[in-house]
Design a protein around this ligand. Structure first.
Ligand SMILES: *Cc1c(COP(=O)(O)O)cnc(C)c1O
Length: 374
């Protein structure tokens, strides 16, 4: 066990640092038909609805799908869009939005794309104009926290517009769900997708979709893939509480523990408060060291922060990354298309003290590199 506590701290978009108790919950070998496992699946599905502030009585269902988050998004895209007339509007301001557009192409789904710079919110007027120009659009997808930059997109305002025009609304809430309060009904979301290893602080292995039941029923027969058939997956879970194919047993047990720790922390509000403290500490410290943020503060979410590469001639990101890594702090290169950035995540089982430790390590690293930004 000792070595488990000595891992490097992950300040990344995921996988993330998890608690020792979440890791310990995996030290079991439960069969897929074991009642204990089936109960865990049921409890997890119920807890996810609670986290999304909805219930079965209100007409919502939670479906778990094996694989990473991308598998979950692809399950929704390839199951929700009708084969005959499906037409997807993809609203993009980062790499995860781009990925969804690619999914539509792979599955031969008609798509319209609205693409914006990574530091810009999609303008509502342009979404509305797109609905007027393309009346055949049936579904709309947007990313809540675009982890590429850390920008928070206005999912509620977009949702209101999507419903005004009678479309189905899909939200990739991968890096926000569990830490950013999201009432699925109030946001008028038909399919919300997230995964086990982000803000709920489980380990990687599955994604989940919280879906409005009528929208889920409408998926029947649409799937372009056997394994990513969201409707069939739901049907299987409903019929006997089981997955259609080998379930991620250990990951589910870890996730159930993670959910209990999430509840103990005060649920979404508690988790959100810790991440916001992490974010505030990080940004204040980075500014003091002379770093500049990529996003305007009012667009920047508290999940992950992007910082511009300093222009100092001695700054070399690869070296910076490696020196921090040697000090047991793992940060993440940016994936922005136009600007050189690196990212620091505020999520996972990390505290303000960990952020303070990171800031000291960054300060020392700058000295090592002879980079003075002040
Ligand atoms: C992490 C993430 C995903 C899924 O990525 P995987 O590597 O497949 O888990 C999708 N969308 C967003 C916004 C993410 O942050």
């Amino acid at each position: 066990m000792e070595t488990l506590t000595k891992d490097k701290l992950l300040f990344t978009p995921g996988p993330l640092t998890t608690s020792i108790t979440v890791k310990q919950a995996m030290l079991r070998d439960l069969g897929s038909r074991d009642i204990e496992f089936i109960n865990a699946v049921r409890q997890v599905r119920n807890a996810l609805l609670v986290m999304g502030e909805v219930s079965q009585a209100q007409g919502y269902e939670a479906v778990i799908m094996q694989g990473s988050g991308t598998f979950g998004v692809e399950a929704v895209i390839s199951s929700a869009l009708p084969k005959a007339n499906g037409h997807l509007l993809v609203i993009i301001n980062g790499a995860y939005g781009d990925r969804i557009a690619k999914m539509a192409d792979v599955h031969g789904i008609t798509k319209t794309v609205l693409k914006y710079a990574e530091d810009q919110h999609p303008p509502l007027a342009e979404i509305e104009a797109s609905f007027q120009q393309n009346p055949t659009i049936t579904h709309v997808v947007v990313v809540h926290c675009e982890t590429t930059s850390g920008i928070f997109n206005p999912i509620k305002e977009i949702g209101a517009l999507v419903k005004q025009y009678g479309k189905t609304y899909i939200v990739d809430a991968m890096s926000s769900f569990g830490a950013v309060p999201t009432n699925i009904a109030d946001n008028q979301i038909d399919f919300l997708v997230s995964s086990s290893n982000k803000c709920i602080e489980g380990v990687p292995g599955f994604s989940f979709t919280i879906a409005q039941r009528d929208a889920l029923n409408a998926c029947k027969g649409n799937a372009r893939s056997l394994s990513l058939d969201l409707f069939a997956q739901w049907e299987g879970l409903e019929q006997n509480g089981q997955f259609r194919f080998t379930p991620p047993t250990h990951t589910i047990l870890a996730f159930w523990q993670a959910i209990q720790e999430h509840t103990a922390e005060g649920g979404v509000a508690g988790r959100s408060a810790r991440y916001q403290s992490n974010y505030n500490t990080l940004v204040a410290g980075m500014r003091e060291l002379g770093f500049k943020e990529y996003l305007a503060p009012k667009k920047q979410g508290y999940i992950i922060s992007s910082f511009l590469y300093p222009t100092h001639p001695n700054f070399d990101f690869k070296k910076f990354y490696e020196l921090l890594n040697e000090r047991d702090f793992v940060i993440y290169p940016g994936k922005l298309s136009q600007v050189d950035c690196f990212r620091i995540g505020n999520i996972g089982r990390i505290t303000v003290e960990d952020i303070q430790g990171l800031l000291v390590a960054i300060e020392e690293t700058l000295v090592d590199m002879q980079v003075d930004l002040k």
